[in-house]
Design a protein. Structure first.
Length: 188
């Protein structure tokens, strides 16, 4: 898992950039309707999932813990596709889609950070991103009747914070990859 994430630091950074852009656009325009939020979230979830799957599959033979990242990516793809296939879903169903997606992503990020703690000092950034995802999921599950504008703002803030943390983690992984001990094998 350590070299898988380090070798794919660019994909992690790209996931972070996508989250930051999504978060900023969402927070800057909180009055958007759920008719706009549905495809917007679907696109974000789908892109994030595809990037996570690419990062996992790219080095699946070299790493034994690639499945955690793959599961999170598949969850994002499934939620993104479901959102596009059923655009007429109610706000409550979308809220539950988002909540489940956030919980799955959060737990997979926390599990990955636990593995990273032995090799880098910046694993706390991935833990915080995971905790933010779990907190969003639990919040949405506990308050399903929350207003649409509040939901949009919470999702935007979550995506922005999570994106910043993923970008910071990506650069920490990049630094680690460049400075790792000579006894460690170089990635192929």
């Amino acid at each position: 898992m350590d070299t898988l994430l380090a070798r794919n630091w660019g994909w992690i950074a790209l996931r972070g950039v996508a989250a930051v852009i999504f978060g900023l656009l969402t927070v800057m325009n909180p009055g958007i309707t759920l008719a706009v939020l549905i495809p917007f979230f679907g696109a974000f979830s789908l892109i994030d999932g595809i990037l996570a799957v690419i990062a996992a599959i790219r080095n699946r033979k070299a790493e034994s813990h690639w499945v955690t990242l793959l599961i999170g990516g598949i969850a994002g793809i499934i939620i993104g596709v479901c959102t596009f296939l059923a655009p007429g879903i109610s706000a409550i169903v979308l809220l539950y889609f988002i909540a489940v997606w956030a919980l799955i992503i959060g737990f997979s990020e926390i599990m990955a950070a636990i593995r990273l703690r032995k090799i880098i000092t910046g694993e706390w950034m991935l833990v915080l991103a995971g905790v933010a995802s779990v907190a969003l999921g639990l919040f949405l599950l506990s308050r399903p009747a929350v207003g649409a504008i509040a939901l949009v703002i919470w999702i935007g803030v979550y995506a922005f914070v999570s994106g910043i943390l993923l970008i910071a983690l990506a650069f920490e992984l990049r630094r680690w990859l460049r400075n790792r001990p000579a006894s460690m094998p170089h990635p192929a």
